[in-house]
Design a protein around this ligand. Structure first.
Ligand code: PMP
Length: 405
């Protein structure tokens, strides 16, 4: 297509008057409907051990909810806490506790300023917002398909005691879909860190969220850390936000016995117990791992055509264009569209004129700073299949117009 033809198609698209918000990776209503039965679930309030779930208590979560997450995360139930509905809140609290109190046996991070985190990029904007709001300095490290640049990570953590943590989304990462290889996980678990209280914030948000038929696995980070002699290095976070209800699911964390005891001590001050009614109805609805996997297959059936529709439009309109690439994720909620240098912001602005709201440029980088202005996060989950196909064409046209000039 000539640039005049592209411009003409872009102008014609504008006349459609589309209005689509694709800025966040939200489940679509029909995905939420898969868990409607959850809301009718409650058949008595009594948990397996006789606990009246309506009352206070059981701060670490109902035993059956901990057992369910233990089976999903492949960890012992005693090393799991189920608390609240948002894993992001647990990540936030873990970092705040480290800053204020220090993790077992170590001084508070706040007394050891500056505090620095390594941030594989492109990454999840809300991780970076937590760091920014808590005054934690961020250093970007490049993320490839099989994990972060480990040579660089090892060099940085060995030489700088201010590096206290690292964000990791080990499977189907947001937004590139990266899957950490066994070697990467082992190196993260074993690397020498100048900070003795260095933590891997292991955000396993997409552990069960496959898009392809191949169900990828990553090796167990808690076991890898234990084997490497760093048993307290990782805290694993997960939730059912994209399994059941994004606004009313369950969140959990898993770690070494020592870290779990630390978490229990710190959180006993802030709550007398979580919403155990929601925990009980989740356990009754989700039942066991096999049933959760069957539910995830139904999510996959709804999501896969949407991802395929985006990829088909990108293939048709962007295939072979110099400097333009995009990921073909095997799971998760996002596609990372990579533009020629200096084109992402302009593309997002041009898409906005077509009525398509995208995640703001630079969001996948600490401080919102995508130095080369190249990355656009595409979130295909929420719009209908027709809408997403149309929107992908609009985004492709916007990028072609941006490239043309
Ligand atoms: N981590 C990642 C990597 C995510 O993409 C998301 C949701 N977009 C979350 C965490 C949020 O999880 P939760 O709903 O459990 O807070």
């Amino acid at each position: 297509m000539t640039s005049q033809e592209i411009q003409a198609q872009y102008d014609a698209f504008k006349q459609l008057g589309l209005k689509l918000d694709m800025s966040r990776g939200k489940p679509a209503p029909e995905q939420l409907d898969l868990s409607s039965a959850l809301l009718q679930q409650l058949d008595g309030f009594t948990a397996a051990d006789g606990t009246d779930t309506r009352n206070y208590g059981i701060a670490s979560g109902l035993p059956e909810a901990r057992a369910l997450f233990a089976s999903l995360l492949d960890v012992p139930a005693g090393q799991v806490v189920v608390d609240g509905n948002a894993s992001l809140a647990l990540m936030h609290d873990a970092i705040v506790f480290c800053l204020l109190y220090g993790i077992t046996g170590h001084a508070p991070w706040s007394r050891q300023q500056p505090v620095t985190f390594l941030c594989p990029v492109p990454g999840y904007d809300r991780h970076f917002s937590i760091c920014e709001s808590l005054g934690i300095k961020m250093i970007s490290v490049p993320l490839s398909d099989d994990g972060p640049d480990m040579g660089l990570v090892e060099k940085l953590v060995a030489g700088d005691a201010s590096i206290k943590g690292m964000w990791c989304v080990p499977k189907y990462s947001n937004p590139s879909g990266a899957i950490y290889s066994a070697e990467v996980v082992q190196r993260l678990a074993a690397m020498k860190t100048a900070a003795p209280d260095f933590l891997l914030l292991w955000d396993d948000a997409y552990r069960l969220h496959h898009l392809s038929e191949q169900k990828h696995t990553t090796i167990n980070v808690l076991e890898a850390c234990e084997r490497a002699g760093n048993p307290d290095r990782a805290i694993v976070f997960a939730s059912t936000s994209k399994i059941t209800l994004a606004g009313a699911g369950l969140a959990a964390l898993a770690s070494s016995a020592a870290n779990i005891a630390w978490w229990q001590r710190k959180t006993s001050v802030r709550t007398i117990g979580p919403d155990k009614i929601n925990q009980l109805r989740h356990v009754r609805f989700l039942k066991d791992r096999a049933n959760v996997e069957a539910l995830m297959e139904r999510h996959r059936q709804l999501l896969k055509p949407k991802f395929d529709a985006v990829l088909a439009q990108f293939d048709a309109y962007l295939g072979g264009i110099d400097g333009v690439t995009w990921t073909r994720p095997h799971g998760g909620y996002f596609i990372d569209l990579v533009t020629p240098p200096g084109c992402a912001k302009r593309t997002i602005a041009l898409a906005k004129e077509l009525g398509i709201t995208l995640t703001s440029a630079g969001a996948a980088f600490p401080y919102g700073n995508d130095v080369e202005d190249r990355h656009i996060r595409i979130a295909p989950s929420f719009p209908s299949l027709d809408e997403i196909s149309q929107a992908a064409k609009g985004i492709a046209l916007a990028l072609r117009v941006a490239i043309a000039g």
